[in-house]
Structure formats: C-alpha cells, structure tokens
Design a protein around this ligand. Structure first.
Ligand code: TRP
Length: 332
C-alpha cells in the first residue's frame, strides 16, 4: 500500500498544556470521533513539542499532561483500532521536516501571523520572543504535511496556521517539484462552549468543566454558573439564546426545544434548569468516566496504544522524509 496516497487522510493535534475540558469535547473531540467513525483515515497527535514552545520553563508538567490527554482522547471514544493516536516527539521525522521547511519560509510570513501577535500580547507573563515560538506554524506545517493530510479539523483560531501550511507546501512544491498536497480545514460546527462565567471556556480563566471532574464537582460548578443576565426575577421570561446554561442544554439535552419554550415563558427557573442540566451532563459523561477509570488503572495499556500509534505514524513519516531528502537533493 502506498501510505502517502490516502485521499481521506485527516490529521489534527492538541497541545498537552493541561487536562481537557468539555469545550474540547464538544468543540473538537466529538468531531474527531465522527471523522474516525465515517471511514476517514485519521491521525491524532499530542503536540508536546508545541507545548514546549510556551511551557519551556516548566517542561515537567508536559509529560504528566501527555498521559492525561491520552486518557481523555481514549475515554472520549478515539479508537486506536481506527485512528492512529500518537505523541509528536516520538516521531523525530517531524523535527527534520521542520528544519528543512524552516530554510524556505520567509521570516515576514511568521512575523505577520495574527496568532503570533495575539499570543505574544495575551501571554505577556511568558517570554515568547524565542525562535521556536516564532516558528510554531512551521512545525505545525511539518506535522500536517509529513502525513500528506488532506483534511485538518481545527477551530477558527487555527485558520491562519493552516493558511501558512498551504503557503509553505506551495513554496516547497515550487522549489523542489510538486509533492505535498494542500490540506483543507474542517471547521467544527459546534460554536464555542462558554465557561461557567459565560466567557469562552479556558483553563486559564478558571471557568472550565474538566472531563475528569467528578459528578459532585460538575454539579457544584453548574450551580455556580452564570445564566441569562437579563432575567432578574423568577417570573421574568428568559432569553435562552443569550444564556450559557442553555448553550449546554442544546448540546446534552434531548428535549432542548421544550426547555427553550419553558424558559421563554418563565415556566422554569434558572435554579431548576441548572439542576436538570447538571444531571444531563453527568449522564452524558457516564461512558467517558467509566472508560477513564479502566484506563487509569492500566497505564501500560495506554502506553502500548501510544507505541502502536508511533509505529504506524513513523512508517508514513519515514517514507515522506526519504522522498523529501531526494527532492531537495540531500539524499546520502
Ligand atoms: N496549534 C494547534 C492548537 O494549538 C495544535 C496543533 C499542533 C495542531 N500541530 C497541529 C493542530 C497540526 C492541527 C494540525 O490547537
């Protein structure tokens, strides 16, 4: 089989900077699972080198997080029999392709990257004036191109990186001969999942509901959740489309249309609505929790899965690198 000619190849990755929350589940993992179950040829990666680009002062945390994310991936239904699940740094070929691509990427392409500019400002407590952080999208391009991925499921925030990946592929193809296919994004349909305070869910805002939270933790977080800011009294009609609790109920409740009517007509109050939602979310997470419990007790099994992923990913990556060395004229 030609490992590089897969028309249905998908690649995506997540940075192991902390445990995953339900924003990741509804915003990304559910979609990754859907692709896996619709016969796409999926590669899902834990991008630990990318995590190092911002966490280089505390790299010890990355290793723990890698394992936690592997548990999150598997407990949410990513299936190692169907998808290749692997750790970026176990495939050294990504680093070699990153190096070769770095020779042909003009620095201004990286300096004008809006994600770069935004992150430097937002994460001002970190010193991100490094070479590696500027080159973050080059490594990401290497991740994608090395598997000849045709599709990359990502959120809107990552679009500039995918555009750069296409530009880098075009430049490589122009200089050394047509080789890399240009990948397309698959944007996730689910809108941003709000955090318990109504802002975007993020670990750094302290407003996240984690996949590994217990039932009690989830119930207490939801009890504290912000609701419709315009609904002052119990008898006031609600505005479900502006309420973070309703955003969740749409995701986890199978009778959310009724809930909407009940809210609009003030039949249900926010306290009861939150109680129902906590139950629904906990119910939704039952299989995830059960799977996680089993895997937590069998860390060797998780590492075995990651090693199997490494073998599969590496056989593709090695083939690409042999071709790349030939095309560039550095084959020894
Ligand atoms: N930059 C991505 C993010 O922060 C993570 C990532 C690394 C990625 N390599 C990738 C995503 C390749 C898609 C494809 O979310």
């Amino acid at each position: 089989m030609n490992l590089l000619s897969s028309e249905k190849r998908v690649l995506s990755g997540m940075r192991p900077t902390g445990p995953l929350h339900i924003g990741h589940l509804f915003g990304a993992l559910a979609n990754w699972k859907k692709l896996q179950d619709s016969h796409y040829d999926c590669f899902y990666m834990i991008a630990d080198w990318h995590a190092l680009s911002t966490e280089y002062k505390n790299p010890g945390e990355i290793k723990n997080n890698v394992f936690e994310i592997a548990l999150d991936f598997l407990s949410c239904g990513l299936d190692p029999e169907k998808s290749v699940i692997f750790i970026q740094s176990m495939i050294k070929e990504h680093a070699e392709l990153n190096l070769i691509l770095s020779m042909i990427v003009p620095v201004p392409w990286l300096e004008r990257n809006p994600v770069y500019k935004e992150q430097i400002q937002e994460l001002s407590e970190k010193d991100l004036t490094t070479y590696g952080f500027l080159g973050y999208p080059v490594l990401q391009a290497a991740d994608i191109l090395i598997y000849h991925a045709r599709y990359v499921p990502i959120g809107i925030d990552q679009l500039p990186h995918l555009e750069l990946t296409r530009e880098i592929a075009r430049r490589f193809n122009f200089l050394y001969g047509q080789y890399f296919p240009e990948p397309k994004e698959l944007l996730t349909e689910t809108p941003k999942v709000p955090g318990i305070d109504g802002r975007k869910m993020s670990k750094s805002y302290g407003n996240a509901i984690f996949l590994k939270d217990s039932e009690e933790e989830i119930a207490s977080k939801i009890a504290r959740m912000f609701t419709d800011p315009k609904r002052i009294y119990r008898k006031d009609p609600g505005h479900p489309d502006e309420c973070p609790v309703f955003a969740y109920r749409k995701l986890v409740s199978n009778h959310w249309q009724d809930v909407k009517q009940e809210c609009l007509s003030a039949k249900i109050g926010c306290v009861d609505c939150k109680k129902q939602m906590a139950e629904e979310l906990n119910h939704y997470l039952i299989p995830v929790r059960e799977k996680r419990k089993i895997l937590e007790k069998n860390p060797e099994q998780v590492w075995e899965i990651l090693k199997k992923g490494q073998r599969k990913a590496q056989s593709v990556a090695q083939q690409t690198m042999e071709n790349v060395r030939k095309l560039v004229g550095l084959e020894l």
